[in-house]
Design a protein around this ligand. Structure first.
Ligand SMILES: NC(=O)c1ccc[n+]([C@@H]2O[C@H](COP(=O)([O-])OP(=O)(O)OC[C@H]3O[C@@H](n4cnc5c(N)ncnc54)[C@H](OP(=O)(O)O)[C@@H]3O)[C@@H](O)[C@H]2O)c1
Length: 286
């Protein structure tokens, strides 16, 4: 039995559990840590499928909370329903969307939706849950999924990169405010992960299948280890850390220019003209 399996009466809210990194985080919390996940995303059928899988494979209860995180009233509802289920001791704030293309061609509604998902939902959910977390006698944890793009400017993902930079500063600031309490905050900043996000944004045409990408399960393992070891900021992988070291040594504008050239090439490689709406952007505009 895993050393963390003392936790069967605890729940973890996992946003973005219908796919990619979030689905793996929910799987590992349930199967390796014995924590019962509250599965949050819009695609309900996928959440029910995961719930059935976790209950059969790991014998751990889970609940489905179908939610559109862009809607503020739905965040209040998630909080109300989650704490009615039980003791929520872990928040995994992972859901996110990206945009790849020229900033000036991004539909403003798409920007609002990206900010509402990547930023506003995290600010609001932490505010709602903090009294519940601090009221518990045991340690409670918040994992905020940012990105390497939050530590370096990424041209052609300009607004996404800025939304993730918000999360790095927000998470580290919140961690400091909560020192001396029972709540720890970890910011997780991965580089490329092989998930739907790469395909929906068009980034996969250039970056999909790269040897530098992580698998979602590897990345989830690394994130949860960092969370349980109470790390403030965790960047997984040798390559991503080497990029960060280079970024610290080079002038910021040079690094931005190098990254900008790589991403401009990637955009040119797409068969579509610059920044036509992606499948996800169409989904978000509905
Ligand atoms: N993939 C990468 O290369 C990479 C790199 C660095 C950081 N990240 C970050 O990792 C996190 C997970 O991304 P991923 O790669 O696993 O992408 P993914 O496979 O596309 O998963 C994104 C998840 O977010 C959920 N989501 C999106 N909008 C939502 C909304 N309005 N309401 C509720 N849920 C919503 C999606 O569920 P529904 O569509 O069912 O709602 C899905 O479960 C994101 O924050 C991303 O920025 C990814």
């Amino acid at each position: 039995m895993d050393k963390h399996r003392r936790t069967e009466h605890q729940w973890a809210l996992v946003t973005g559990a219908s796919s990619g990194l979030g689905r793996e985080l929910a799987r590992q919390l349930a199967c390796d840590y014995g924590i019962q996940p509250l599965l949050v995303a819009r695609r309900e059928e996928r959440l029910w499928e995961l719930k059935r899988e976790l209950e059969a494979a790991c014998g751990v209860r889970s609940e489905v909370l179908t939610t559109d995180l862009r809607e503020e009233e739905q965040l209040d509802e998630v909080f109300r329903r989650a704490v009615a289920v039980g003791n929520v001791s872990t928040l995994v704030l992972n859901a996110g969307v990206t945009y790849f293309g020229l900033h000036q061609q991004m539909d403003y509604r798409q920007f609002r939706h990206m900010m509402a998902t990547n930023v506003n939902s995290i600010v609001r959910l932490t505010q709602l849950f903090l009294p519940h977390l601090t009221a518990q006698s045991d340690r409670t944890r918040i994992l905020i999924v940012s990105s390497l793009a939050g530590l370096l400017p990424i041209p052609y993902q300009t607004a996404y990169s800025a939304s993730k930079a918000f999360l790095c500063n927000f998470g580290l600031g919140l961690r400091h405010e909560l020192r001396g309490t029972n709540v720890s905050v970890t910011v997780f900043a991965p580089g490329g992960i092989e998930t739907e996000l790469l395909h929906k944004s068009g980034l996969a045409a250039r970056f999909g299948g790269s040897v530098f990408n992580h698998r979602a399960d590897q990345c989830a393992r690394s994130a949860l280890r960092a969370l349980w070891h109470n790390k403030g900021l965790h960047v997984p992988g040798v390559f991503n850390n080497a990029v960060l070291i280079a970024a610290r040594l080079l002038p910021r504008t040079w690094m931005t220019s190098i990254i900008g050239h790589i991403y401009a090439d990637a955009l040119r490689e797409l068969s579509r003209p610059f920044a036509q709406p992606t499948a996800d952007s169409i989904h978000m505009m509905r």
